[in-house]
Ligand binder design. Structure first.
Ligand SMILES: Nc1ncnc2c1ncn2[C@@H]1O[C@H](COP(=O)(O)OP(=O)(O)O)[C@@H](O)[C@H]1O
Ligand SMILES: [Mg+2]
Length: 272
């Protein structure tokens, strides 16, 4: 297929969790700092939660990259659902030793091992996607955090119909809770502008008016994942015109209202 500059632009909006693409928004930085500071408090568990697409994984990833040379920190980017594998990974991370595949880590042994390190070491584990962990494994995570040798930062999806925070174990053991919300219209504008400008597409950033941002926000509610999808489709349509029907978009200095509407229809926000 032929390429156009819009091929590169649409790819800016593919979902990736990568610190190089991190966009600094005031609210994101604020939450980031609360999280970073909470690591120095005598807390055992820190909960980062919010609806899917609010930027939890991005912040967790950034925390790891910023701290990995400064303190003992380990990052479980994908959940390790097997308890055997999970405990093994925890032990291997703490001890810097690898365990032969046929051996298993005994939980009580691991607890004792951690207790012995009390006062000597403080190890942070970043666990993403904790809504996928079983209750039994979460209980073990909590017991490990009780040793105060290991501290966990966990992310959880907030769902519409289930109040996770109300669950018993979160009431008693987690002290710091950082909740991420969808972006405001102002933040969404900065997000989109910065993403485009970072990759050198200033003229495209200038095509997008405040009114366009408002339009996009109406549909995506400021959710980053939804916004990425929206922008991807906008520029996918531009790419198509650029390749097959360039006079339709030639000399444009404003985002086409028609293309915005086509995008909303395509995603299913609007029914035609
Ligand atoms: N601060 C940010 N800077 C840049 N992109 C972000 C930021 N926050 C979210 N995103 C984008 O939104 C997408 C969804 O964010 P993510 O962290 O995966 O959400 P969650 O983990 O809450 O479901 C990411 O793939 C990324 O492209
Ligand atoms: Mg995530």
């Amino acid at each position: 297929m032929k390429r156009s500059k819009y091929s590169d632009i649409k790819n800016i909006f593919i979902d990736t969790v990568n610190n190089d693409n991190f966009v600094e928004l005031e609210t994101t930085l604020f939450n980031y700092h609360i999280l970073e500071e909470s690591l120095d408090k005598p807390l055992k568990m820190i909960l980062l939660f919010g609806k899917p697409g609010t930027g939890k994984s991005m912040i967790l990833n950034r925390l790891f990259h910023n701290l990995k040379d400064k303190r003992e920190i380990h990052y479980f980017e994908a959940p390790i659902l097997s308890e055997k594998e999970f405990l093994k990974n925890i032990y291997e991370s703490i001890s810097s030793q690898s365990i032969p595949p046929n051996m298993r880590v005994n939980f009580d042994g691991l607890l004792k091992y951690c207790q012995k390190l009390k006062g000597k070491r403080e190890i942070v584990f970043l666990l993403d996607e904790c809504q996928l962990y079983s209750e039994a494994l979460m209980e073990k995570i909590r017991l490990l955090s009780d040793t105060r040798v290991v501290k966990f930062v966990i992310t959880l999806h907030k769902t519409e119909n289930e109040d996770i925070i109300a669950k018993e174990h979160f009431k008693t053991r987690i002290w710091e809770i950082v909740e991420l919300k969808n972006a405001s219209i102002e933040d969404l504008e900065i997000y989109i502008q910065k993403k485009l400008i970072k990759k050198g597409f200033v003229e495209v950033a200038n095509m997008i008016s405040k009114k366009d941002i408002k339009f996009i926000h109406t549909y995506t509610k400021g959710n980053f994942r939804e916004t990425n999808k929206f922008l991807y489709i906008i520029f996918n349509i531009y790419e198509y015109y650029d390749i097959y029907n360039p006079e339709k978009i030639s000399g444009t200095t404003k985002l086409s209202k028609k293309i915005l509407e086509m995008t909303a229809i395509k995603i299913g926000y609007i029914h035609d």
